[in-house]
Ligand binder design. Structure first.
Ligand code: F6P
Length: 328
């Protein structure tokens, strides 16, 4: 590796936890051990930098975490880091601990923090996209997305057992903040009658038409997957409107919530996190900074952090078409 000036780096998880973050921490720590540089684990994201909560991690200290959900470093959405005073404190601790660079595992909020920190103090960093939402530009998949999808479809399969037994219509709310990636893919994979996401224009009229069509075509139950950011309304409002329009329907609501954030990462998330962890360390060693390591068409790519923050992944129109066709 060309850059010999880098001796010690810090790794942190920041923002919402996602399954596979531990796998990424392990990959970063072990890649550091491989390239013979020191690695320090920073607890609670930027908060740990401000409060000087960090300790050195060796290759063996990350054993048996490859399969564990959550993050051993814990995480936070630090308010103090948003202040100049907080960042000054963080920089002082970073210098005292002789850290030459940072690897930040998180979402766009975490990358924004790292970018401001770089602008102010010149601390080199590489971001690794870790969020279940899959809404980060510069990577086809974020760490945790695949696991969350599998959790969601397992839950919906169970809901369907009850839905078919009672001839019910279920509105199932899934996470994703402002994005509909989880809803669209899990909706297709669980055979949803309709999928409501913020990226497409939905209407109650269309929803009712879809439910009516489903009944007419002989279906005795329906699952409607709704992204939490859906603009037409939340699951409770949608259920109420449906009951008002179809008084004979037996309508129920399930909000899956934080169950989607936990659990053992899938094989796909583990491989993704391992690759991105190694790539991030190698990137820093090569003198790269202000970039996010991601995967595009199964190849490692580095995207300027400003782009990763500002741009958004587009919803694939083909998936919307597939969902529509299969709900016939
Ligand atoms: O960004 C991940 C995510 O789980 C979103 O899908 C969701 O909107 C949000 O975090 C929930 O945040 P919190 O854990 O702070 O309630």
């Amino acid at each position: 590796m060309p850059n010999t000036t880098l001796k010690k780096i810090g790794v942190m998880t920041s923002g919402g936890d996602s399954p596979g973050m531990n796998t990424a921490i392990r990959a970063v720590v072990r890649a550091c051990a491989f390239y013979q540089i020191k690695c320090v684990g920073i607890r609670m994201g930027y908060e740990g930098l401000i409060q000087n909560q960090m300790s050195e991690l060796g290759a063996r200290s990350v054993k048996h975490i490859i399969n564990r959900g959550g993050t051993i470093l814990q995480t936070a959405r630090s308010k103090s880091f948003r202040t100049k005073e907080g960042r000054e404190k963080a920089y002082k601790n970073l210098k005292n601990n002789e850290l030459d660079g940072l690897i930040v595992i998180g979402g766009d909020g975490s990358f924004t923090g790292a970018n401001i920190f770089y602008q102010e103090f010149g601390v080199p960093f590489i971001g690794i996209p870790g969020t279940i939402d899959n809404d980060i530009f510069g990577t086809d998949y974020t760490i945790g997305y695949d696991t969350a999808l599998n959790t969601v479809i397992e839950a919906i399969d169970r809901i369907r057992d009850s839905a078919t037994s009672h001839n019910r219509v279920f509105f199932v709310e899934v996470m994703g903040r402002d994005a509909g990636f989880i809803a669209l893919s899990s909706g297709i994979a669980s055979g949803a009658q309709d999928i409501l996401i913020p990226e497409k224009e939905d209407s109650l009229d269309e929803l009712f038409k879809s439910l009516y069509k489903s009944e007419q075509s002989g279906k005795n139950s329906s699952i409607i997957v709704v992204a939490e950011g859906e603009e037409l309304g939340n699951v409770y409002d949608l259920a109420k409107a449906t009951e008002a329009r179809f008084p004979d329907y037996d309508v129920r609501v399930t909000v899956l919530g934080h169950i989607q954030r936990g659990g053992n990462p899938t094989c796909m998330d583990r491989v993704l996190a391992s690759r991105l962890g190694v790539a991030a360390v190698e990137g820093l060693l090569e003198g790269k900074t202000n970039l996010m390591a991601g995967l595009r068409s199964n190849k490692i790519v580095f995207t300027p952090i400003e782009e990763a923050i500002k741009k958004h992944n587009e919803i694939d129109q083909e998936l919307i078409k597939v969902a529509k066709i299969l709900a016939v």
